[in-house]
Design a protein around this ligand. Structure first.
Ligand SMILES: Nc1ncnc2c1ncn2[C@@H]1O[C@H](COP(=O)(O)OP(=O)(O)OP(=O)(O)O)[C@@H](O)[C@H]1O
Ligand SMILES: [Mg+2]
Length: 371
């Protein structure tokens, strides 16, 4: 409906007791709202990221026909005003692959997660938010050039192996497309990628974040409120410290952390001996301190490097490689934790239902509370 539950006045009450248990009153348009589970779940998850909150109880009620009519007219007005909202559908699950440190495997993990999610049958986008240090085109083996649709003027993502791809690497070094970008500061590229790319209806958008905890991260949180973070770490302690910094930033920007992926966990030589080259336990420790799951431990493997350099992520080129198994396991965990949202949003079928209810003036009985 073009707004969040607070702006849409769907939050009726907020209380926090001395144990840090928050009780949130959530008012839905209709009791049968198919988005109910999603809205309750997301409300609880978001509030849980706030400091001092130990638990969240969401008490759900349904609107009266009068309240509904008011909401609908507000939503219509908002839809006209917010023409500049992002082109990423609000129900698209956004996973930002981050780490405070360079070279820990963010781009490798982004590419392989995107492949693993696409192989599960999902519509997947892959956004290279490393504007200056882009590496996704090489890793995905794409030398496509991004073009704009003549009628909509929106940029059409490149398609690689069923994945929709956008990266500054697909724009520069080409005069025609450089023209399209003239006048736009490249530092604004992330904003452009979210506002002027025709992403279509994605289930998942994987974002390869640049190293560090800088502007791009904060911009992403502001532009895409549905973004969630996967933190990548290597097994040793030093890397973990940096990763904790990222986690802090996630908290400050209210970006929930889905989980931790430990990369370069161990190396198994051709004689079957396993070496913990970068120490061990860093991923488990970090996930425990963040109270989020350890999504996978990805071993160090030459096939991973070859896949990245050769433009065919290992998950696709060598599906039985232990690293590929780990990437697929991580993708499955992400789907469990962030199931794709069935889009029954208020712009389509539900809008019609609401209009009908508004006309008939029918009231819906209140709901029972839920956790
Ligand atoms: N599990 C792995 N096994 C072996 N090599 C790996 C593994 N993961 C990543 N690498 C290699 O490590 C290097 C750095 O990986 P990558 O570029 O994905 O890191 P990054 O965190 O995105 O780096 P940057 O911070 O520069 O963006 C690459 O050469 C990549 O092939
Ligand atoms: Mg990278």
């Amino acid at each position: 409906m073009g707004g969040n539950v607070v702006d849409l006045e769907m939050i009726t009450s907020v209380t926090v007791d001395e144990d840090g248990v928050a009780e949130i009153g959530l008012m839905l348009t209709v009791a049968q709202c198919p988005m109910r589970g999603f809205l309750e779940g997301e409300t609880a998850r978001r509030v849980k990221t706030l400091p001092g909150i130990s638990d969240v109880v969401v008490r759900t009620t349904a609107m009266t026909s009068k309240q509904r009519a008011r909401l609908m007219s507000g939503a219509r007005m908002r839809a006209r005003e917010t023409a500049l909202s992002t082109r990423v559908h609000p129900t698209t699950r956004v996973v930002a692959v981050s780490s405070g440190k360079g070279g820990v495997g963010k781009s490798t993990i982004s590419a392989n997660l995107a492949v693993a999610l696409a192989d599960q049958g999902f519509e997947v986008g892959l956004l290279d938010a490393d504007i200056w240090g882009f590496s996704i085109p090489r890793m995905m083996g794409s030398d496509a050039r991004l073009e704009a649709d003549d009628s909509t003027k929106l940029i059409i993502p490149a398609r690689v192996g069923g994945i929709r791809l956008v990266s500054t690497g697909l724009i520069i070094e080409n005069e025609e497309t450089a023209l399209m970008w003239r006048g736009l500061m490249l530092s604004k590229a992330l904003e452009q990628f979210l506002h002027q790319v025709d992403w279509g209806e994605l289930d998942y958008l994987v974002i390869d974040m640049p190293p560090g905890t800088g502007d791009i991260q904060m911009a992403l949180a502001r532009l895409l409120p549905q973004a969630e973070m996967v933190v990548v770490t290597t097994p040793q302690k030093a890397a973990q410290k940096v990763a904790i910094r990222v986690a802090d930033m996630a908290r400050r920007s209210h970006m929930p952390i889905v989980g931790v992926i430990e990369n370069m966990s161990s190396f198994t030589c051709e004689h079957g001996v396993e070496y913990q080259l970068f120490g061990n336990g860093g991923g488990a420790e970090l996930s425990e301190s963040l109270l989020v799951p350890l999504l996978a431990q990805v071993p160090l493997d030459p096939e991973v490097v070859a896949g990245g350099d050769g433009g065919m992520p290992v998950t696709r080129s060598h599906p039985e490689n232990p690293a590929s198994l780990a990437f697929r396991a991580a993708a499955r965990r992400i789907v469990e934790l962030l199931p794709p949202v069935v889009d029954e949003s208020c712009t389509g079928r539900i809008a019609k239902l609401l209009e009908q209810l508004a006309v008939s003036g029918e009231d819906v009985p209140p709901l029972v509370a839920s956790n």
